[in-house]
Each structure stands twice: as structure tokens, then as C-alpha cells.
Design a protein around this ligand. Structure first.
Ligand code: GLU
Length: 500
């Protein structure tokens, strides 16, 4: 009865990332499920850093994982004192000693192996009862050969079991890729004389093309882009390393990022930090990743952390691989952004821009909330306004051909003539605010006997944005500022005349 744990044994779950890189989406889902289950049963949700791979582990990676868990709102109950495996070597050595003494393990070329001479059966809450025959199991290393300094490190298998026992973990929730490790872990529990935990393996997260979503996807995207663009020369100082990257001998993230910036390609978001930078709300990301392999039933799709803390259980986790649908995530996010009260949207947008697009914050000053309001409904992410509204900080470098023809040069340059005439009236528009600009545009429309306000609004759009699209023209001009509008019209008149 996994969904009604016995009151005598309080639920303890844990998230045990290896601090070798950023927190990725699969890890975040494991943390979410572990957090939710512990909350549902008033248990404890613990964090542990699995740093037995000392060469690849780093303090920075630990800090980044903590930052991202905090951002998601998944704080561990042992947040102030998080165990690291590298600090517990004694514990593992004691366990190894015990297994050696009992004759269940033996030394082999400096390492220690556990005997796997019996069939192993265990139950997984998602994948059911599993039996692996003894002849399919190899004696496996539980302690690696000593380091140069004499210290002995456990393998992941021994460390994970000893730690889970030590921390009183009752439910091990983790990705399906660990299912094949579980017979080893089950055997270790038995050999050490400890009660097994409940295992819950969650389905893999796949890309739409059916490949497994992984950190390597960034390298894959960059590699393909480099090959398509025919970049054979190394963009980094180390041509050998680059060649190895192209040959798929390494998935070097630095090279991938370098190629992406040179070619202007976007690498897929994989890590929580990527999604933050792309402007997804943490609540939306959590909601979406919860649905990767779990659903609360009754066709409920939108929910928050408190809902999960009330309803999350193992019975509704699927075995089937989950597909990561970026369009669906974006649709969720757009809906959530649109539903925010405008001042809250502006606050979130400002925070996002303060972190990733400072130029806007500086340039827009007090106008930031107006800018936010212009883009709230159309934004799929908090990053979209930086693209859609780029023209607020950068004058157009060139003008879209189609927009120029349609709105400026057609009919013997009718649009250009309107633009030039409107430029003459700008100084008279005082104060330079939305209603006064609107009034100015309307009387200009009447004076020039234009069919409608578009006769001047469209040429203005091209002049100030380079395209035929912008938010409402009056508010856009107001926010841009009187002098800037004049300067952009002048530049457009010069440039487009030259082009014609
Ligand atoms: N450090 C392991 C990982 O990141 C954790 C495995 C487990 O949860 O038992 O995959």
C-alpha cells in the first residue's frame, strides 16, 4: 500500500544529484515528485550531493543546483546541512569491511566486488515485480581501487545504499535509467541486513523525434549546425578538440556554446537554468514537468505545488516514456503570463530583464510598466518582449523590403511623403504623451484626407521598427520619445530615398 504509508515509519524521500553540471529537467522532475510525496504524508524531503566522481564534481555545480531548486520552490528539509558523499568515506569503508568479513565481497585488483550469486527479485511501484537471474548478474565493484593518497572511494551503488539507509530514506524515487541498477542495490540492502526501501522509477523524457532528452542534445544541435554551415575550421584554439567534437568523441558544452554564438543558432533548453533564461515561470515549468509521466486524473492539467502536495501518488505514474512538447509548455506559459495582474507581470518582466536584458531596464526607465503592458498578451515567455520590442532600444539597422514597398514607396512614394509631412508636425505635439500623440495623428489624418489613421501609422511603424508591426502606434511613439522618433524618421527618409 505505497500510497498509505504506515504511520510508524514516516516517509523520507530524497533527491540525490551528482554535482557535475546543471540541474536538468529530468532531475527537477525527480525532485518535484520526491518533494510532493514527502509533503503529502508529512514526511521529510532530503537532498544529498553524490560526489563520488571527484574529478567531475564541483562546488559551483552544487550552488547552481541549490539556486535552481530554490527558484522552483523545492526546498529540502535538510537545506542547511546537505550531506556530501566525499565526506562520508568512513561510512562506506565500514560497510565494505562488513561485507568482506562476511565473505559476501572480495578484493579484486585493488577494488572490492560484491558477489551476485543468487537471483534477485524486487518490486518497483511503477514497473512492477522484477526478477533478474543470477547468471545475468555480474559481481560488481562496490569500492574502487585506492587513490594515490590512499583514500578509498565507493562506487555509486554502495554509496547510494549506505546513504539511503543512513538517512532513513523510505522511498527512492528516480529516473527509469536507474532501474537496471536496482538489482544491485536490492542485493546490497539484503547483504548489509537492512530493510529495502520502496522503489519508484519514473519514465524517461523523450524529444519529439523519439530520442532521449539529454544534456547531449546541445552538442548535437551545435554539431549539426556546424556541419550544415560547413565550418571545418576550428572556432576554438584547440583544433583537435574541435575535430573530436565533430566526430562525436566529445560533447563539449563550451564548443557547443561557441558554435551557437558564431552561427546564431539556439541550443535547446535542457537545464532548469535554460528555461529560466528563456523566460518560463517556475510554477508553469513545475506543472508541465509533473505531467511528464504523471497526471492527477479527471483530465486535470493545470495545477500548482499545493495541489501536488495534496494529490501526488505513485499509482498514476505511467510506464510509457513521456514526450517533451515544447509547444505545449509555451502555450501553458503564455496562458499563465496573460492571466497575471498587469502589475505582477510588469514586476516579473522587470526581474527577468534585470537579469538578462539590462539595456531595456536602463533605456525604458519609468516607461518599463508601459512596455510590459504592450507585450503581456502576446508573450509566450518573459523573454519574448526582448525580441518583439527590440526596436525600443536599437534603431532598425535596415528596413523590411516588403514593408517598405507596401507602406513607403508604393504610389510614387506616398508613404514617404506622409512621413516627411508628419515630421513637420512633431514639435507641435506637446506634451509628448499617448493621448496627445493620438490626437495629433487623428488631425493629421483629416488634414491629409487619408482613408484612415493607418495611412500615417504604417509609414511610422516602418520608420521606427523597420517592419510593419508594433504595439499601438500612439503609445509606442510616446514611449520611444519625441527626439528619438524624429531621428528615426529622418534616417528612414534618407535611407529609403537612397534605396529608391
Ligand atoms: N546521483 C544519481 C543521479 O544523479 C542519483 C541516483 C539515485 O537517485 O539513486 O542519477
Amino acid at each position: 500500500m505505497p500510497d498509505t504509508p504506515s504511520p510508524s515509519q514516516p516517509v523520507v524521500t530524497r533527491f540525490a544529484p551528482s554535482p557535475t553540471g546543471e540541474l536538468h529537467i529530468g532531475g527537477a522532475r525527480t525532485a518535484l515528485f520526491s518533494w510532493a510525496y514527502a509533503r503529502r504524508f508529512n514526511g521529510r524531503f532530503l537532498l544529498r550531493f553524490e560526489d563520488t566522481d571527484q574529478k567531475r564534481s564541483s562546488k559551483q555545480a552544487e550552488l547552481n543546483i541549490l539556486r535552481d531548486l530554490d527558484w522552483l520552490g523545492l526546498r529540502a528539509d535538510n537545506h542547511d546541512d546537505i550531506p556530501r558523499q566525499s565526506q562520508r568515506l568512513d561510512l562506506y569503508n565500514t560497510a565494505t569491511r562488513k561485507l568482506l568479513d562476511m565473505g559476501l565481497a572480495y578484493e579484486d585488483a585493488g577494488a572490492v566486488r560484491l558477489r551476485m550469486d543468487q537471483d534477485v527479485s524486487f518490486r518497483d511501484e511503477v514497473y512492477g515485480d522484477i526478477t533478474v537471474k543470477a547468471d545475468e548478474l555480474e559481481d560488481f565493484v562496490i569500492r574502487k581501487a585506492p587513490e594515490a593518497d590512499g583514500r578509498t572511494f565507493p562506487t555509486f551503488h554502495l554509496a547510494v545504499v549506505v546513504d539511503d539507509v543512513h538517512m532513513g530514506v523510505t522511498h527512492v524515487i528516480r529516473g527509469q535509467e536507474h532501474l537496471s541498477n536496482t538489482p544491485k542495490h536490492a542485493r546490497l540492502y539484503d547483504a548489509l541486513g537492512h530493510a529495502r526501501p520502496i522503489w519508484v522509477h519514473t519514465p524517461s523524457i523523450m524529444n519529439p523525434d523519439g530520442s532521449k532528452m539529454s544534456k547531449r542534445d546541445k552538442a548535437k544541435t551545435a554539431r549539426n549546425a556546424a556541419q550544415q554551415a560547413g565550418i571545418l575550421q576550428s572556432p576554438i584554439d584547440d583544433p583537435k578538440r574541435y575535430e573530436a567534437f565533430l566526430n562525436k568523441d566529445n560533447d563539449d558544452l563550451d564548443i557547443a556554446l561557441h558554435i551557437a554564438s558564431v552561427l546564431g543558432v539556439e541550443l535547446p533548453e535542457i537545464d532548469v537554468a535554460d528555461f529560466r533564461q528563456s523566460g518560463y515561470l517556475p510554477a508553469v515549468l513545475l506543472n508541465y514537468i509533473a505531467l511528464l509521466g504523471w497526471n492527477p486524473g479527471d483530465d486535470i492539467e493545470r495545477f500548482d505545488l499545493p495541489f501536488m502536495a495534496e494529490h501526488f501518488g505513485f499509482d498514476r505514474i505511467n510506464r510509457k516514456n513521456a514526450k517533451f512538447d515544447r509547444d505545449k509548455l509555451a502555450a501553458f506559459n503564455q496562458e499563465a503570463l496573460a492571466a497575471l495582474p498587469p502589475d505582477e507581470f510588469a514586476t516579473k518582466l522587470r526581474e527577468h530583464f534585470a537579469a538578462f536584458h539590462t539595456a531595456f531596464v536602463e533605456r525604458l526607465g519609468d516607461g518599463f510598466a508601459t512596455f510590459a503592458a504592450m507585450y503581456q498578451e502576446r508573450s509566450k515567455t518573459l523573454d519574448d518582449p526582448a525580441t518583439l520590442g527590440r526596436f525600443f532600444i536599437d534603431a532598425p539597422a535596415d528596413y523590411d523590403d516588403k514593408a517598405v514597398k507596401k507602406n513607403l514607396t508604393k504610389n510614387d512614394g506616398e508613404g514617404l511623403a506622409m512621413l516627411a509631412a508628419f515630421a513637420e508636425t512633431i514639435d507641435a505635439i506637446e506634451p509628448w504623451d499617448t493621448p496627445t500623440i493620438q490626437a495629433g495623428l487623428e488631425s493629421f489624418t483629416v488634414d491629409k484626407q487619408l482613408k484612415n489613421i493607418g495611412g500615417i501609422a504604417q509609414p511610422l511603424r516602418v520608420a521606427i521598427t523597420g517592419s510593419a508591426v508594433s504595439p499601438p502606434i500612439d503609445a509606442t511613439l510616446a514611449l520611444l520619445g519625441q527626439q528619438e522618433v524624429k531621428a528615426r524618421i529622418a534616417r528612414c527618409l534618407e535611407t529609403v530615398h537612397d534605396q529608391a
